[in-house]
Design a protein around this ligand. Sequence first.
Ligand code: PLP
Length: 482
Amino acid sequence: MAAPEESVVHGSTARPQDLPSVDQLLRGDTPRALLAEHGRTLVVGEARALLDGLRTRAVAGTLPAADVQPEALAHALTERVQARIAPRMRAVLNLTGTVIHTNLGRALLADAALQRLMTLMTSPNNLEYDLGSGGRGDRDSLVEELLCSITGAEAATVVNNNAAAVLLTISALAREREVIVSRGELVEIGGAFRMPDVMASAGARMVEVGTTNRTHPHDYERAINEHTGLLMKVHTSNYAVQGFTAAVDEATLAGIAHARGVPLATDLGSGSLVDLAHYGLPREPLPQEMLAAGCDVVTFSGDKLLGGPQAGLIVGSKAAVGRIRKFPMKRALRMSKLPLAALEATLSLYLRPERLAQDLPTLRLLTRPADAIREMAEALQPAVQAAVSPRFTVEVVPLLGQIGSGSLPVERLPSAGLALAPAGTAKKGLGTALDQLATALRGLPLPVIGRIAEDRLLLDLRCLEDSAPFVAQLPLLRDALQ
Ligand SMILES: *Cc1c(COP(=O)(O)O)cnc(C)c1O
């Protein structure tokens, strides 16, 4: 390895010949320890990449001599190796105020579901094996009975997500046929799920009826003909049509559909399995109500209000679900054993509704009293203020959060949290200061995700059940803001 003195002699920048070879670099104590821990493939690869990068800078004359010191190189190599194996998918603190946040992974799994995954995923299991007969089993049967007993459905099947559930339902029941849907319900959910496009992908011809604000029973009645394969109702889960409006409810629509021998499907989107009004929360329609109203198929998500893993749940009549289950596309959309195990464990929690608000994290967070959240904010305020002083001031504020994931877009959840504002009143540079603060919060080992509104960075504490990991990072936040 080049002697340190040599670099110093030639000034403060290193020359290419000051760099060690890969073999020389790997002879040091730290690199040897890295080799012992991670093996040659990873460490040699990173050593090579490190030296290549440094050589380019040395050729350009921009490499400080200090960077080629053995300790500096060992440190740089360690950082590279650690960064290479660090997971890209990381835990974050959701302080956005949106409980079921699609970009932050939606519902948190219940302990029971986690335990089930731990036991089942490291062992063979009866995914498609009938323990009674010793013959082949059906993976859907693992959750069908639970889903039927909770929703009152005759039959149930499950797929990868609700978008798949809708696509499969339309394909299986109305491929190359017409699907009638109200113009007021042509929903777009984030991530390119748009009802007209889903219909086209499913190979069905969409027939729009009514208008954006008003659709009547006779609109559906007039559109039904011998080509009609399905009547479709879509829950407007991420917007509200208000004012001079009219929509046809499921019971009326079921009467119209069944009189003409056509099935009715409803896409509920979130679909809560318990009445949220019971917990003092805004109401969402229940799959069980849709089935009781006469829907032949109801589809909803596993990781929205249900509080489980990503999944698409399809419940309904034996005839309709039977056709859906037998449709070839079902095989391509089937659930994997991992979410299926978590789904079964999550659904089991609904058999003990009295404990649900404790056992199901989604419901626990949604029902957390605003007073308790405010108390936490008050307790945290001094420590956060100390960490961001003198550049920012921290205030305890009432906030309005939301359920999220398209649930009840107009209803807000009274909450509380901390508002961080740049100190001083100058409007200039305010945006930059807030962006720097948001960046520093996101740069923490456990990234903190808040929201910026009205010239302040807001941290809604509804989803912070345990404040210890947040508090433990405050010294790092202070360093980042220096
Ligand atoms: C969320 C939603 C979907 C898509 O569900 P995923 O589980 O995200 O695939 C479909 N329809 C409606 C009405 C929704 O709200």
